[in-house]
Ligand binder design. Structure first.
Ligand code: FRU
Length: 485
């Protein structure tokens, strides 16, 4: 393996492990000036295997420093996904001197051929900002009598009831538990039967409260990763519910259930814990891939990358609540404006072309459709390799086509189009971020997102805006290119 081969497709702005396999983000937590990103990691191979928790830290959510492995397998099993919290008031008794981090994770124990694995929830704690860890001697702290898939605990402090709350995936429901000390857990309720998508096993989950931006109220968001199903083309996806939570029971508004990301490549996402109130953001990060091909994407020496961290917010439209997501603002410092665009008309014979000399690229365009049947953006990675993002007026869909982006032959699913069904509107506001092996699209200030891996020979050399059978106007916009920090 040459250095060049391992550098190929390596992202500039997205976290990827230095070596070997990575899947879900774990233990996302902010503490003493650092964002911590733990991650599902197989340090011995570029495919999934016995799981460890890898570890990286960042001051700005974009540039990450990978540290030593945080959690190693032990006699109770390998380290499956989970969360982390700061135990500010020493409820656990682990921190007599000063607050520290507690990780709540799944022990996954393979019991040999023909037997189901055993999954239970366990604790580890760190007194030195996540650099070294002690497993709690009484592990596991939570087991289930009947459920075989019982994993991915996400813990939060519930202010109203002064208790820890855990949401954890339990086959095809989410179970809710409470605890005073993170050690003794009490079952409270179960959510999910007969509501929302049940294509596959339910995995990584999250629960948090958000203010509704355009209303005088707040709502609770429950995130559920829905595992792949062999009979469906789509693979793994993430679903969200909006509703109420009283400390023990979540009740979903049946109108406000949707996919969190309309692309193929965003899964197992969860949000950061303990971001200071003065900041107030809810920041979400996911694993950017799909079960249909996660283990065979054409990178060498490393495999797996995260989506850009996104700030989440809620808005109400009519009687529906919608989760909005936008890349965190820290990203702006990595770009400089290369093209400012105003009142630019584009039609069939006058596509607009913008040369790019430094990728990644951040494309921001507000486009008004005059009378075109289709319009869009073609990202040229090389002269022969491109990704097309097209708005189709007839169907009101935004479609991303990566069939011609370069290395696509490793999976038939990779050739399929991805689409967002939009409400009818004359104007569309698009933000598109192109890194070495990904394209993330945000529509109308984050009302919709679409994440897609791509494997071109080069990141991006040119952007073209085109229209068919009529004209469009780029009302305003800018295209920004990468600057190193
Ligand atoms: C989701 C998942 C989790 C599990 C982990 C194992 O991708 O299957 O449910 O904890 O990955 O690596």
């Amino acid at each position: 393996m040459t250095i060049e081969a391992t550098r190929k497709y390596r992202p500039t702005l997205h976290f990827a492990p230095k070596q070997n396999w990575m899947n879900d983000p774990n233990g996302l937590v902010y503490f003493e000036g650092e964002y911590h990103l733990f991650f599902q990691h197989n340090p011995h191979d570029t495919v999934h295997g016995p799981m460890y928790w890898g570890h990286a830290v960042s001051k700005d959510l974009i540039q990450w420093e990978e540290l030593d492995i945080a959690l190693h397998p032990d006699e109770l099993g390998t380290m499956f996904s989970g969360s982390a919290v700061i135990d500010w008031h020493n409820t656990s008794g682990f921190f007599p001197e000063k607050p520290g981090i507690v990780a709540i994770f799944t022990h996954h124990l393979d019991r040999g051929a023909g037997k189901h694995a055993k999954e239970s929830q366990s604790l580890a704690y760190s007194h030195d900002n996540g650099r070294t860890w002690t497993k709690y001697e009484g592990n596991p702290v939570l087991e289930h009598d009947t459920k075989i898939d019982f994993r991915d605990p996400k813990v939060m402090w519930h202010h109203e009831t002064n208790t820890w709350v855990m949401v954890v995936a339990s086959e095809q429901t989410i179970s809710f538990y409470t605890s005073a000390n993170l050690i003794d857990w009490q079952f409270e309720s179960e959510f999910g039967d007969g509501i929302g998508a049940h294509d596959g096993v339910w995995e990584c989950t999250d629960l948090f409260e958000l203010d509704v931006i355009n209303q005088d109220e707040s709502k609770w968001v429950l995130i559920v990763s829905v595992g792949g199903n062999h009979s469906l083309d789509v693979g793994t996806r993430t679903q969200y519910y909006i509703g109420t939570f009283d400390g023990t029971t979540f009740t979903a508004d049946p109108e406000s259930i949707d996919w969190l990301d309309h692309g193929r490549d965003s899964y197992a996402g969860v949000s950061f814990s303990d971001i200071p109130e003065a900041d107030g953001r809810r920041i979400y990060m996911a694993w950017m891939t799909n079960s249909k091909y996660a283990q065979i994407v054409p990178t060498e020496g490393w495999r797996g990358q995260m989506n850009l961290p996104r700030e989440l917010s809620l808005r109400k439209h009519g009687n529906i609540y919608r989760l909005y997501q936008q890349p965190v603002r820290e990203l702006d410092t990595y770009f400089t404006r290369k093209y400012d665009i105003h009142a630019e008309v584009v039609n069939q014979s006058s596509e607009k072309s913008y040369q790019i000399d430094a990728a990644p690229v951040d494309i921001n365009l507000t486009i008004e459709n005059k009378d075109a049947s289709q319009y869009g953006i073609q990202v040229y990675h090389t002269d022969e390799q491109w990704t097309r993002i097209v708005y189709e007026a007839e169907t009101n869909r935004l479609v991303l086509d990566r069939a011609n982006t370069g290395n696509v032959g490793f999976s038939e699913y990779f050739l399929q189009q991805q689409a967002i069904s939009l409400e009818e509107a004359k104007q569309l506001k698009l933000q598109i971020i192109v890194d070495a092996s990904s394209i993330e699209v945000f529509v109308n200030d984050g009302a919709y997102a679409l994440s897609s891996l791509v494997y071109p020979d080069q990141p991006c050399k040119r952007i073209e805006v085109f229209a068919a059978d009529g004209s469009i106007e780029i009302v305003e916009g800018h295209i920004s290119t990468f600057v190193k920090q």
